[in-house]
Design a protein around this ligand. Structure first.
Ligand code: NCD
Length: 360
């Protein structure tokens, strides 16, 4: 098992299964685990807003008998006084046994893992990845599809460019074969190619601009909101023209054409991309999906805390780079303090920066 949980695909499928099976057991027998993390402390360092991820991590640790410290927004922490990521992580490593971090820069969780002496969990790093959301997405799909992750027609709709939950989910699905993906978005909001490369082997990928083009055949539709907070910093995409059109909103008329066992998923929070009354449809599983997040995060905390590995497997596969990453949203370009981070490339992804995966 890796020390940190940064990218879902750092784990082998046997390790995914171990987490899923443990989460199943915790879900069935929660009392058995009530003291499992007694005397352990989780630090939740949330530099960006969160309801579900932060509270479900906290709830997970409390249900395991442990304790929680942390901050929610940088306003109440020394980050607002100019403290660097490095200093914060070094300090918190002395206060907690495990850290869950959410940060606006891509690669920030990986950077934190290089500074930390305790395991680090990526709870969302900018527009990059959100692997614990993928854990709960797959856990939910497994529960409703009898653990069958092949032969599915999967629609993914919304802001596929900036949605980190989409990036992580597609990458995870590249480990399976025989699925059809319908990527439904405005042409300006398509999935970056790098998240599709591995998925192309053994799966079919279709691009759509309207839910109506594919809703009738789908087994799953994964809805996402427009990531408005990312657009302000996105060069060349004026916010006003980047809106949704009706073709990307799931309403009753479109849902009437769908299968009776369609799973409607959403990482939440949702805005207007799902008509509000659909919440009452039995196919709307997003609230259940969020609830299951507690059990899967309990399983993850148990497994990472019981393991004594010192390095991440991901780190071992990285090599020194000569060129500095130019992506302004990469942690390498965050502030002067991160200029001490090693310059690394991802060996498995050509010359891509190992932090944000943008090609040099
Ligand atoms: C997602 C995120 O933060 O990326 N939320 C979550 O963690 N459940 C999705 C989003 O904010 O749209």
């Amino acid at each position: 098992m890796v020390r940190d949980f940064l990218d879902f695909n750092d784990l082998t499928m046997a390790q995914w299964d171990r987490i899923f099976n443990l989460a199943d057991d915790i879900y069935e027998n929660p009392a058995k685990y009530a003291d499992h993390c007694k005397n352990k402390i989780l630090a939740t360092l949330f530099y960006e807003p969160s309801t579900r991820t932060q509270l479900s991590f906290q709830s997970a640790m409390l249900k395991l008998g442990g304790s929680v410290i942390g901050f929610s927004g940088v306003g109440g922490s020394s980050v607002s006084k100019g403290e660097s990521l490095k200093d914060t992580i070094k300090i918190v490593s002395g206060y907690a046994d495990i850290i869950a971090i959410r940060h606006p820069k891509a690669g920030s969780a990986f950077a934190a893992s290089l500074y930390a002496s305790v395991p680090v969990i990526n709870a969302g790093d900018g527009v990059h990845l959100h692997p614990t959301q993928t854990l709960l997405d797959l856990f939910t799909i497994g529960k409703y599809k009898n653990k069958k992750f092949t032969g599915l027609n999967i629609g993914i709709c919304g802001d596929l460019l900036n949605g980190r939950t989409v990036h992580s989910l597609l990458r995870a699905f590249s480990m399976y074969r025989g699925n059809n993906f319908y990527l439904i978005s405005n042409p300006d909001f398509k999935v970056p190619e790098k998240y599709l490369k591995a998925l192309q082997t053994g799966n079919q990928i279709f691009t759509c601009e309207a839910i109506d083009e594919c809703i009738d055949g789908l087994d799953i539709i994964y809805m996402t909101r427009l990531q408005k907070e990312r657009l302000v910093s996105l060069d060349g995409v004026p916010f006003e023209t980047a809106g949704y059109d009706m073709n990307l909103i799931l309403d009753h008329t479109k849902l009437a054409k769908a299968k009776s066992d369609l799973m409607i998923l959403h990482p939440l929070p949702k805005n207007n991309e799902i008509e509000a009354s659909i919440d009452d449809d039995e196919r709307a599983l997003y609230f259940k999906q969020a609830e299951l997040g507690v059990y899967i995060r309990m399983a993850l905390l148990i497994i990472l805390l019981e393991n004594n590995t010192n390095r991440t497997s991901a780190e071992i596969q990285r090599e020194e780079a000569e060129i500095r990453c130019e992506n302004p949203n990469c942690i390498l370009n965050d502030d002067d303090d991160t200029s001490n981070l090693p310059l690394l490339v991802n060996v498995n992804a050509g010359d891509a920066c190992a932090y944000c995966e943008v090609e040099a």
